[in-house]
Design a protein around this ligand. Structure first.
Ligand SMILES: Nc1nc2c(c(=O)[nH]1)N[C@H]1C(S)=C(S)[C@@H](COP(=O)(O)OP(=O)(O)OC[C@H]3O[C@@H](n4cnc5c(=O)[nH]c(N)nc54)[C@H](O)[C@@H]3O)O[C@H]1N2
Ligand SMILES: Nc1nc2c(c(=O)[nH]1)N[C@H]1C(S)=C(S)[C@@H](COP(=O)(O)OP(=O)(O)OC[C@H]3O[C@@H](n4cnc5c(=O)[nH]c(N)nc54)[C@H](O)[C@@H]3O)O[C@H]1N2
Ligand SMILES: [Mo]
Length: 767
């Protein structure tokens, strides 16, 4: 390791969590909020009900989709939840005067961090191209102008983007509006996130959701944690991991990078640990596969399992043959492929030694109940769907569905991304849903498949789609290939952004561009019949209410459901939907949701129960809604390595979230646990790989995409930082690294962008 000092790069030796987390929380509160209000707000997070039969109190944390025990437990400390809340409940404002003083052209030179740090949007705005500024507009004028353009746009030329913070109520109204107009174009953040799960799991187990509940973690004998970073992205999960580790449950981690929270964690809820500066080891085994090496690693474990089974005989029950016979199809084909696969190939692609994988198989064979948790390290690859299938195959081999302490747990991203999908944000609606929409509302929704996120942006780039509505998010920055996306956005005839804060997508203005400021989760939502609650669904299919308490950031804000209804009513004068009636009382919206999605039986009643209610999950009862009626082993041939990696100078790049960001929202420039402070211009690389390249730590480098398609994609003005990362793998931050990912480089089965396996070459920057 290089000895020289590099500004902002120093090792972080403490455990994750602990006093550092408390300090960071205090800093976030101080910078964004006025103190007393801040504390009250934080205490209300994830405590939707004070007591049974009382009106809902408190809001769902916008930070992540990890569930809460009973939703009534004592205040759960979480640094990044606190950041998400303070960022929204900030005292900073972006009023019309701000826009008068700053042209859009000048704002485009600001960093993503600077843009959002200006604070909350306060007034509806419309873009004036002549002056290159946003100007205030009255809500009704905005709705009327948007409606007039939409009425003159072909339904298939409109794109309706959703980012997963929208409530069930907002998302449902939004999809009904788009479908009444005749469009199924629903690009959404999930397309860039867990689409490989949403597509891959139904093929295998008949539903595109995780199967475990929070209680299952108390009963598991083994946890495999693959490709997610809970210390940063699902911090409330750390409490669960901490408990599991303390009760002696083995936790095996697969992550190309050493992530501190998966090694050692001090729980801020644990008074003794805090007082003694103690910490708990999280991973019992920490394996560092190569980036994109997970399918090969999982196949190695399964191959070892088959070999153990052959050696020990059926009585040893290494493989659960009864479960396989009764509940599955396809095992023989998968077993044949595993048999044919060589250990040499497995080792080369996974980067893990045969012995380590055999050990995992031995531990797995001893566990009667295993949970696999996984995140973007599995899904954001060109083999994303196959990766998901390997996880399922491994679980099926030992019957790990439909029993306590076992199952699959995809860690969802945005706090209500799962709910959005449940209430109809999908470009591929099913026939029965379309039928119930028609029965409920009396119009015929379109049945042809629409666009996902990449297809939507491609249609905009080609001029085929001319209108884009964004219910939250920062689409152009979140997608790959900013060169292509930024240019595409400027071609739009109409763009409408429903948002809380200013971001770069808002500045990529089209001919007619509107910025519509909405209430956030933390804020009071008062409609005709009084204060309203919205509902969200967490990662474990629990649906519960959320009600904000803070005074809205501005008197001109509207709720997301009210904005969607306002646009809809202005666009469709003869609508079959009573838009303005529905938003007077959100119970009415929930009744409509229940009519279209019968799983929400007694919706309005059941959200009054503390903790809400769980939507049905057939695999937990060993019911499989697949074409065969059984759980399906799905075969992936070989290890599917891209031939570009035959060249030893080609490395595989993954893109990562820092500890101080929420997707494209940059809270600050530190990545504490990875030892990076005050900068984001870094590329993490293994010390040996760096020395093979003849480059020193801290040197300026250039990263170039290595597809050999003649297109130049490069990331420069970055430095090399040595890190405990698998050989052959490098990492850089999202969204800075998105310029290296071609827009059409996706998993062909699910369309998920391959943000986490990009072939690159690295050279020293010219002096
Ligand atoms: N504070 C905070 N919370 C968040 C978010 C946030 O940005 N900030 N984002 C939210 C959203 S939308 C999402 S989707 C989730 C994302 O949560 P995560 O899934 O944790 O997301 P990432 O940070 O993209 O990547 C996670 C981990 O995958 C590892 N990894 C990278 N490539 C590979 C690989 O090829 N194989 C394996 N096994 N591991 C790999 C990385 O080292 C990293 O530790 O978090 C949600 N919660
Ligand atoms: N290279 C690379 N790219 C990635 C990823 C990666 O790992 N690597 N991850 C992908 C993933 S998993 C995801 S989910 C996408 C994220 O893509 P998006 O969901 O589109 O992006 P966000 O950054 O979460 O959106 C932030 C904006 O949302 C708005 N906002 C915040 N709260 C609210 C609210 O309550 N209501 C409304 N209406 N607006 C609100 C604010 O204006 C804020 O600027 O990015 C994807 N892109
Ligand atoms: Mo996500």
């Amino acid at each position: 390791m290089a000895e020289k000092e590099i500004p902002g790069i120093r090792p972080y030796n403490a455990p994750a969590g602990g006093w550092g987390a408390l300090k960071a929380t205090a800093k976030a509160v101080q910078e964004q909020m006025s103190a007393p209000e801040a504390v009250v707000t934080l205490f209300r997070t994830n405590k939707p009900y004070a007591e049974r039969s009382k009106a809902p109190e408190g809001f769902d944390c916008p930070g992540c989709a990890w569930p809460d025990k009973e939703h009534t437990s004592t205040f759960q400390f979480c640094e990044n939840g606190a950041k998400a809340v303070t960022w929204e409940a900030t005292k900073k404002r972006v009023p019309p005067e701000f826009f008068a003083a700053n042209t859009v052209g000048s704002l485009l030179t600001w960093s993503d961090y600077q843009l959002e740090d200006q604070g909350r949007l306060t007034h509806p705005m419309v873009y004036n191209a002549e002056k290159d500024i946003y100007e205030a507009i009255e809500w009704d004028d905005a709705f009327a102008q948007i409606g007039a353009i939409l009425r003159n746009t072909a339904p298939d030329a409109m794109e309706f983007y959703t980012s997963g913070r929208a409530s069930n109520e907002a998302a449902f109204l939004y999809q009904i509006f788009a479908r009444e107009l005749g469009s199924n174009n629903f690009p959404d953040c999930s397309n860039m996130c867990h689409e490989a799960t949403s597509v891959g799991l139904p093929m295998a187990i008949g539903i595109g959701k995780g199967t475990v509940s929070l209680e299952d973690f108390d009963h598991a004998d083994l946890l495999l944690s693959i490709g997610h970073n809970p210390g940063t992205n699902h911090p409330r999960m750390m409490g669960t991991l901490h408990e599991m580790s303390r009760r002696g449950c083995p936790i095996i981690v697969f992550n190309p990078l050493r992530e501190r929270a998966l090694e050692r964690f001090a729980d801020p809820q644990d008074a003794l640990e805090m007082a003694t500066f103690g910490a708990t080891e999280i991973a019992s085994t920490y394996l560092q596969p190569k980036v994109g090496g997970d399918a090969a690693a999982l196949k190695g474990i399964m191959k070892a399992l088959l070999e153990m089974d052959a050696a020990l005989g059926p009585a040893a029950k290494v493989i659960d043959r009864d479960f396989i016979a009764e509940h599955t199809v396809g095992f023989d084909a998968v077993a044949a492929d595993l048999k044919a696969l060589s250990w040499q190939e497995i080792e080369a692609v996974s980067g893990l030694p045969e012995q380590s994988l055999r050990k995992v198989a031995e531990t797995y064979a001893k566990s009667n109940a295993t949970i696999v948790t996984y995140g973007m390290g599995i899904t954001q690859h060109h083999t994303g769907t196959q990766n998901v299938h390997q996880v399922v195959n491994l679980l099926l081999m030992r019957g790990n569905f439909g029993k306590p302490g076992a199952g699959i747990c995809p860690l969802r991203g945005h706090s209500n991304v799962q709910g959005n999908r449940t209430v109809g944000i999908t470009e591929k609606p099913s026939a029965d849903v379309l039928q119930r929409i028609e029965q409920t509302f009396g119009f015929k929704p379109p049945s042809h498949h629409g666009h996902d996120a990449v297809a939507g942006m491609q249609a905009i780039a080609e001029g085929k789609s001319t209108a884009l509505i964004c219910l939250g998010g920062n689409l152009a920055v979140a997608l790959s290939d900013p060169q292509a996306c930024f240019a595409a956005m400027k071609k739009l005839d109409l763009s409408v952004h429903i948002a809380t804060k200013l971001n770069r997508s808002h500045l990529l203005t089209g001919k007619h561009t509107f910025l519509l400021p909405c209430l956030g989760r933390t804020e009071r939502d008062i409609q005709e019949t009084g204060p309203q609650a919205v509902t969200v669904e967490d990662s474990m299919s629990m649906v519960h209410a959320s009600r904000g308490k803070l005074k809205p950031a501005s008197e001109f804000l509207k709720s997301e459901p009210a904005i969607v209804a306002g646009i809809a009513a202005a666009t469709l004068p003869d609508s079959k939907v009573k838009w303005l009636h529905l938003i007077e009382d959100y119970d009415r919206i929930r009744d409509m949701i229940e009519a279209v999605y019968p799983d929400f039986v007694d919706y309005n009643d059941r959200i009054k129960t503390p903790g809400g209610f769980r939507l049905p999950l057939p695999p937990t009862e060993r019911i499989w809604n697949t074409p065969s009626g059984k759980a399906e082993f799905l075969r992936m041939d070989g290890v599917m390595e891209d031939p570009v990696y035959a060249d030893p100078n080609v490395l595989k790049l993954t893109t990562l979230r820092s500890h101080d960001q929420y997707n494209t929202t940059i809270y600050g420039l530190d990545d504490r646990y990875r030892g990076v402070f005050g900068r984001r211009d870094v590329v993490f690389i293994n010390a040996q790989d760096l020395s093979d390249l003849g480059i020193e730590e801290g040197d300026q480098i250039v990263v170039e995409t290595a597809f050999g398609d003649g297109k130049e994609r490069r990331l420069d003005k970055v430095i090399a930082v040595t890190y405990e990362i698998a050989r052959g793998s490098v990492g850089t931050y999202y969204p800075e690294g998105n310029c290296l990912v071609p827009l059409d480089y996706v998993d062909p089965v699910s369309g998920t962008p391959s943000y986490k396996s990009v072939p690159v070459r690295i050279t020293r920057a010219a002096a």
